[in-house]
Write a protein that binds this ligand. Structure first.
Ligand code: 5GP
Length: 185
């Protein structure tokens, strides 16, 4: 375990098993259709990769980058930093997100994408923190419900660190204290 991690909430094995289950469910639900995965960068990068690899359907992949977080606190203001390169009109869209917390990011994203006339749109998130919700989000596919703790790993960062950890873990308080700790050691 990484020295900055206090506790592992979801192990590598649990993630691998659950992502395969989710991919299977998507394959069943979208049999004969083409799924347009929209990954929310950067946190989705490992999850989307594993999900897409295990999904037995035709897929199209594109990305958006939104921003509402700085360090461990949400600013509550969502901005589009990077938009899709392709049209989603008439497509079966699945938004792939690392974690739904307040729901503000996903709410913004769904409103935005609905104006582009997809055939259908669903949300697939690896993690869900229901106790933090500020706006309701219809989540079709959810990997794990977790408590209100700031987590890192499997795509999720703290100031751009820890994304490569193969598990979901909680940081030690000592790892959170310095804002300037955003460089790799
Ligand atoms: P929301 O808008 O639902 O509050 O937050 C969504 C985004 O906030 C996620 O895509 C993720 O980037 C970030 N976020 C929320 N909770 C956590 C957390 O516990 N750890 C990390 N690393 N990011 C989080």
């Amino acid at each position: 375990m990484h020295e900055d991690i206090r506790e592992i909430l979801v192990s590598r094995e649990q993630i691998e098993k659950r992502v395969k289950e989710m991919a299977l469910q998507i394959s069943v639900d979208y049999k004969g259709k083409c799924v347009f995965f929209i990954g929310v960068l950067k946190g989705c990068f490992l999850f989307l990769s594993d999900l897409a690899k295990n999904a037995a359907v035709d897929t199209n992949v594109d990305f958006m980058m939104l921003s509402s977080y700085s360090g461990t606190a949400s600013t509550g203001v969502v901005r589009t930093m990077l938009d899709l390169k392709q049209s989603i009109e008439g497509k079966h869209v699945i938004i792939v997100e690392d974690i739904v917390d307040s729901g503000l990011t996903m709410n913004y994203m769904m409103k935005n994408l609905r104006t582009r006339n997809p055939e259908s749109i669903e949300v697939c998130t690896l993690l869900n923190k229901p106790s933090c919700r500020k706006v309701e989000v219809p989540i079709k596919y959810c990997g794990f419900e977790i408590p209100d703790k700031f987590v890192v790993g499997y795509g999720l960062d703290y100031n751009e660190l820890y994304r490569n950890l193969p598990y979901i873990g909680v940081l030690k308080p000592s790892a959170i204290r310095l804002e300037e700790k955003n460089e790799c050691k």
